[in-house]
Design a protein around this ligand. Structure first.
Ligand code: SAH
Length: 471
């Protein structure tokens, strides 16, 4: 380790910043956020620094750097673009044993500044020893995405109870178990969602009961249409915390790989007309697992509340007072639309969009056809593949022109995506010839015609190509 990492208390301490340009602004902001009493030495200041000086947040010495300014400082930063001045600042400070940093010049610096992820009081500092600052910044970007925005709030919340928890659990192991169950459980999610008062009463209850066992919870998480990059930060985080995961065939295999490695995986596969586990059994299984104190992740394709039976899955949990949370996901219609180049609305083609399911509990299709065949409207049919021919025919029978553009998008957003584009008239034959299976959406409306221009992801198989090839 070439540099020794420390966190230094600067609240109220005198610090010197030499330089009045844009780089100095960045440094000034950082030092001020740590509470430093900052003096800025520079003949001229950029407007932002002038403003800080006017508000009394910094003292400005309107002059060139002079060595006597260094005396008594706790920390010195040189941020001028004159190497000679920077060198003089550095030498003067080092001669007096005062830590000095020259921006972007490790050679002249006695300390270097890390890239920072700030979730105060949680702060992560990253350094590559000054060698590859870009790498440190890339690392930082990754961590930023992994650490929830509410983490600072959680850290502040937890520190308020530190002493009380210490008193209640004198055994170190028990104390650790308690904090782990709090910081990785439903209580922490509550705090990060901004509901601190409920979280506080739950925590106090558990403290009073001396309960250090983990609290069970169910997370109903939308995993998006299949491409792992389209997960939300929250979904990914919960996937990496879960003790047990319930998933079905709509969850793409590449998504399942992101679940915590030692989590138990339970396939509750549901396929149309071939339910391998009844919905009631899934509901009861989730309840039982949560009652055992496990963090249960119910991973759903797309969005849990869009044709995902999400509402049914949490009803029993709500009844039994099991903590649960619903995390939205990108619904497959949005995924398919973006990746196939089919805007769902468009000022020239569609003023509204309707999501319908082509399949009812009893297997029939009963749709509000007069509403669906309105002009200037996009219709997206979920679970409609098996009935595609009937659906296309019904659109036509109810007055939609037979040459209305229509598409099927299979496994949208994944590398298996296939897009068939044709019309209400041609689509059934194209589908039959293509051998495309589930999961797939049918999209009907003028907007489909834009896919030949706006489609950017994989090949769009239009009517001419597919029919010409396969029949
Ligand atoms: N909750 C899910 C929908 C579940 S219903 C969502 O919000 O997307 C199941 C239907 O969703 C499938 O029959 C299919 O029509 C559609 N679907 C799900 N993922 C898909 C994908 N990657 N590509 C195309 N259609 C998909």
């Amino acid at each position: 380790m070439e540099y020794f990492p420390i966190f230094m208390r600067l609240t109220g301490e005198p610090c010197l910043l030499v330089g009045g340009g844009e780089v100095a602004v960045r440094k000034a902001r950082l030092l001020l956020s740590a509470g430093a009493r900052l003096t800025v030495v520079a003949p001229d200041l950029v407007p932002e620094l002038t403003e800080l000086a006017a508000r009394g947040e910094i003292s400005h010495v309107a002059a060139c750097f002079a060595p006597q300014q260094v005396g008594g400082q706790r920390l010195v930063v040189a941020a001028t673009n004159l190497r000679e001045v920077n060198r003089l600042v550095s030498q003067t400070a080092q001669a007096q044993g005062i830590p000095v940093n020259v921006v972007d010049d490790p050679e002249l610096s006695s300390y270097i500044t890390p890239a920072i992820v700030d979730r105060s009081p949680l702060v992560i500092a990253i350094s590559t020893g000054g060698g590859v600052p870009v790498l440190a910044r890339l690392m930082r970007a990754r961590l930023e995405s992994l650490i929830p925005a509410g983490f600072g709030r959680l850290a502040r919340f937890a520190s308020r109870f530190r002493d009380r928890v210490k008193q209640r659990f004198t055994d170190v192991e028990q104390r650790r178990a308690f904090w782990e169950s709090v910081l990785e459980g439903p209580l922490a999610e509550r705090v990060m969602n901004g509901d601190e008062s409920t979280a506080e009463s739950e925590l106090l209850q558990r403290l009073a009961a001396g309960d250090s066992t983990p609290a069970g919870a169910v997370y109903l998480v939308g995993a998006g249409p299949g491409n792992p990059d389209l997960l939300t930060f929250r979904a990914l985080r919960l996937m990496q915390q879960a003790d047990v995961v319930l998933y079905d065939s709509l969850v793409a295999p590449e998504l399942l790989e992101l679940v915590r490695r030692d989590a138990e995986r339970i396939f509750v596969g549901k396929q149309r007309a071939n339910h391998s586990m009844a919905q009631e059994d899934i509901n009861r299984l989730m309840l039982r697992l949560a009652q055992q104190g496990r963090r249960v992740l119910r991973l759903k394709g797309g969005d849990p509340f869009t044709f995902g039976r999400g509402g049914e899955e949490i009803e029993l949990l709500a009844q039994q007072h099991i903590p649960f949370e619903v995390v939205p996901g990108i619904t497959s219609a949005s995924g398919a639309a973006a990746y196939a180049g089919i805007p769902l609305t468009h000022r020239d083609h569609a003023q509204s969009v309707v999501f319908v399911t082509g399949h009812k509990k009893d297997g029939s299709i009963q749709l509000d056809w007069p509403a669906l065949t309105r002009p200037d409207q996009t219709v997206v049919v979920y679970m409609g593949l098996a009935m595609a021919a009937e659906i296309c025919a019904a659109f036509i029978a109810h007055g939609k022109p037979a040459d209305t553009p229509a598409a099927v998008v299979h496994s949208a957003t994944t590398e298996r995506q296939r897009t068939l584009v044709g019309t209400l008239q041609t689509l059934p034959a194209q589908l039959a010839a293509s051998g495309i299976g589930s999961p797939a959406l049918i999209i009907v409306g003028e907007v489909v015609s834009l896919s030949s221009r706006l489609g950017w992801f994989r090949r769009v198989e239009d009517a001419a190509v597919t029919i010409g090839q396969d029949s």
